[in-house]
Design a protein. Structure first.
Length: 439
């Protein structure tokens, strides 16, 4: 696949993937979990986790700028002929489930905000969420260079929406800013920590996507520079926007009211400017959610393709469109499953399931894999080097395990069950092909 995405386009695709519908539907959930203005700490922790983990992604992404992202990283880190086969297979196995769940979460949130503009019953919401997924598939059925241009337009919609919320709230506060910020430290550290893990599960979901550029590694210009740069620019920009947006919202809508709102942005704008402006803001939120789905499905569609092109997955997923040069089979499969999931599940459960399913293999597995790579390869083979190595890697592993336990027993077991089934599927496949560990 041609390298046609530059730094600006890669950063834009990261940021629209990160924002999506997440912060607009998660904000009330986080407030309710921590029970007051202390919810800002959960957003700060989400940013810290993202930065620490981005060091791991940056070293791997700059060293191995190929389509597939984590699939390639895990395979190379653990050995391409042995354990790397298992870990990379498990990642693709999970992607076939969690990537459509991510698509479904955005589509369900889209339908939730749509119901502010027009009353929708349960089945009508499902019809809206499914229709959005189908439209995204149609838009992505084209060349990558035109997709980069579409991504820039959608990025503009993200910045306009967040900018309006931030400027509107901070310039017209109904509640003194000093009161909101001062109350962040009024609760004991132990009480904050008790709810911080659960709340951070939701906020980290809103930061996920800073690594989207790694999935498109084979299509990024000057990848050793642009892949790390795009991730850190994306995290810094989105963290600042999230914090300002949250402060802006609770300076207008009391947190006691905000925690029970299904359309917090619409409620916020209606309080300031009236119902007509609230409808316009809702339309912008819908556009942002749509933009995120665009970036998410674009990035994940490259993962099964990379595995299939590598001979480790069904060959049909390795097919590129004969004239437009994109993995159309992978796109259609993940998009189709996302369509089905958007009709079946609830938003809150989908968000927690996504994180629980990713942590063990993708985030913790990658970090451990980087430690193994450093033992086998020279420093000169890593174009990007994190400061204070290996401290950020060890810190990332510890934080991700903390978040995994915070998802709760049910979601932990469901994530481990998916891994167990994946191991069985791998052994059956390897046995049929007479590959490791049976060769």
């Amino acid at each position: 696949m041609p390298r046609r995405l530059n730094l600006l386009q890669g950063t834009a695709l990261n940021m629209i993937d990160m924002v999506g519908i997440g912060p607009f539907v998660v904000l009330p959930l986080v407030i309710k979990t921590l029970g007051g203005p202390q919810f800002l700490w959960a957003w700060i922790l989400g940013a810290v986790v993202s930065v620490v983990d981005a060091f791991v992604w940056s070293e791997l992404g700059a060293a191995f700028p190929q389509a597939g992202g984590s699939y390639k990283f895990l395979k190379i880190s653990y050995g391409e002929q042995r354990w790397g086969r298992l870990l990379s297979f498990l990642y693709v196995w999970q992607t076939l489930i969690q990537a459509p769940l991510v698509v479904a979460s955005g589509a369900i949130g889209f339908a939730q905000y749509m119901s502010y503009l027009m009353p929708l019953d349960d089945w009508q919401r499902r019809a809206v969420s499914g229709g959005v997924v189908i439209l995204i598939i149609i838009l992505l059925y084209r060349k990558i260079d035109s997709i980069g241009k579409i991504g820039l337009i959608m990025w503009g919609a993200v910045l306009i929406t967040l900018g309006w919320i931030i400027i509107g709230g901070l310039s017209n506060p109904q509640i003194p800013l000093s009161e909101t910020l001062g109350s962040m430290g009024t609760v004991s550290g132990g009480l904050i920590a008790a709810g911080l893990g659960q709340a951070s599960v939701k906020t980290i979901y809103c930061y996920l996507g800073y690594y989207n550029v790694c999935h498109l590694g084979g299509e990024i210009k000057n990848p050793t520079r642009n892949i790390p740069a795009s991730m850190f620019i994306s995290i810094a920009g989105i963290a600042g926007l999230y914090l300002l947006m949250n402060i802006s919202v609770v300076s207008v809508v009391p947190w006691q009211q905000a925690q029970n709102s299904d359309f917090i942005v619409s409620t916020f704008v209606e309080t300031l400017y009236g119902p007509s402006a609230a409808k316009l803001a809702t339309i912008l939120v819908l556009l942002v959610a749509f933009s995120s789905l665009f970036a998410v499905l674009l990035g994940y569609s490259r993962v099964p393709y990379a595995a299939a092109a590598d001979g480790q997955f069904f060959r049909i997923f390795a097919r590129l469109h004969p004239t437009r040069q994109f993995p159309y089979v992978s796109l259609l499969f993940l998009g189709g499953l996302g369509f089905v999931f958007s009709l079946l599940f609830r938003l809150g459960d989908v968000i927690t399931a996504i994180l629980a399913m990713r942590i063990v293999i993708q985030f913790v597995g990658q970090a451990v894999g980087l430690l193994l790579l450093h033992r086998r390869r020279k420093a000169s083979e890593f174009p990007f080097r994190m400061p204070l190595y290996p401290l950020p890697v060890l810190l990332a592993i510890g934080i991700w395990l903390f978040i995994f336990f915070s998802t709760g027993t049910t979601f932990m077991l469901s994530g481990l069950t998916v891994i167990g089934l994946g191991v069985v599927a791998f052994l059956v496949s390897a046995g049929v092909r007479r590959q490791w560990p049976f060769n």
